[in-house]
Design a protein around this ligand. Sequence first.
Ligand code: AMP
Length: 119
Amino acid sequence: MVYDNDNIFAKILRGEIPCDKVFENEYALAFNDINPQAPIHVLVIPKGEFVSMADFSVNAPDDLTVGFFRAVGDVARQLGLEKDGYRLLANTGDNAHQEVPHLHFHILAGKKLGPMLSR
Ligand code: AMP
């Protein structure tokens, strides 16, 4: 799948639209989800043009791969989520209902999250 430069997270990375930022370094940006599904709902995105994990895992340079995954862990730690726990998920493609075609991890927390999948 070709990366769409007009997707909403690309615009956020370019600073063209605002976000409610919770973390940023040279590899990743994290911000609160605009339509939270849990008391804490943060999105972590890599700084680069990647549609999905399949794209990222093949095409991201090593420093970005390491930096992005460290950033996901850092965000969860900085939010204080280690003790009570959290859910990390990445919707990918149509079956998972991925809406934004820029790789993103959801961090969901702040309550008992229930079963992993709705039935
Ligand atoms: P997904 O279905 O995994 O692609 O999730 C996309 C997520 O992006 C949804 O949870 C949306 O609420 C969220 N979202 C869309 N636009 C924005 C925005 N401008 N700022 C923050 N979150 C957004």
